[in-house]
Design a protein around this ligand. Sequence first.
Ligand code: AMP
Ligand code: MG
Length: 425
Amino acid sequence: MPSLQSVISCLSDYDPGALPVAQANQIIGELVEPVRGTEQVALRAALDRVLAEDVISRLDVPAHDNSAMDGYAFASSELAVGGNVALAVVGSAFAGAACEQAVARGQAARIMTGAIMPAGCDTVIPQEFVDVEGELIRFDAKAVRAGDNRRLRGEDLAIGQPALAAGRILQPADLGLLASLGVAEVKVRRRLRVAFFSTGDELRSIGEPLDAGCVYDSNRYTLHGMLRRMNVDLIDMGVVHDDPAALEAALRSACENADAVITSGGVSVGEADYTKQIMAQLGDVTFWKIAMRPGRPMAFGRIASHGHEALLFGLPGNPVAVMVTFYHFVRAALHRQMGAKVAPLPLMRVRSAQAIRKKPGRTEYQRGILAPAPEGGWQVSITGQQGSGVLRSMSEANCFIVLGHEQGMVAAGDEVEVMLFDGLM
Ligand code: AMP
Ligand code: MG
């Protein structure tokens, strides 16, 4: 595993006092390694877990050519004459069973959706296009083309094909796909354990009286929510006071019990001094001022206690900054640590309904509402007050408006990039 120093020394223009978002993510990415443990779990329990190995199909799915419709199966050579086709019905095929009767020239077999195509047949005419006269069917040759309404053996998955790749976070469709292959259990990475706590003498827990100048600790709840959505095991360590001994004890305990430790508060200028000392004492930690808004101060590194190592994310205290830094740094790092390969979330360009103030030289994550525009298409507007303490801005938003490092002022009608919360949260 490389050290922070060695990763940082490879960067030509490293400035911890104004670190671009992309560079911070690059450093984090190089330092995070996937946990090694795996376990075998039953298919249903594998939802949202990370697949630990490729799954190769041992079956053709479907196993036979079969019908996609209720109708009549026949050989497409019957269509060559054109006009009105008349065929004698000689047998029937139901789902799960083959037609026992051979289908010869001038003949067809009644067939149901999913039934195996009778030998000699390659096309199905849906029943609604057919006139039935006793044992005879008639239809217009133009109503169907050769090969229509037939599903081919292995068209979903062929034997030997990779069905799912290691690193995939299993979705509902994946469970169904694995079931269609007859797979009852899969090997997944062990669940990640994440410890988190809030720091600050001004913080009160729900249920305690709110003394003058105090606030309820909300970060632990948003962190709980964001981490739950990532399907990790949570260790909620409560509020830790601004006291060096308490902070050291909490960090040690967190790192002895978890793969990653997330703290909020205590990393801003003025507060950082003893936090810095303690974190540095426990491992390889660096303090950044990131060129972003909200979320400027952040600590990142690895800490160790009694032979146990953990990743450390010291997030800022402001409630919106916690969420923004979580989604834009911690989320990808945890995915990497849990062995998941996750594509970056798409950024979409839409018109801004209003002017937005923005200075080049930092990335901003404004909270936006994406909605249909009166003139058609979509537009985005900001959710009022954008202060980093205004959690309502996150609650009302359905997307981040991502204003890139170089971006300057935005005029009403300009296109901006948005990242939808769907799929993120
Ligand atoms: P700090 O980074 O510790 O200086 O905190 C910055 C601001 O965020 C202060 O106004 C804190 O009161 C507030 N804050 C810190 N932690 C929390 C928390 N867990 N819940 C709500 N607000 C917090
Ligand atoms: Mg504080």
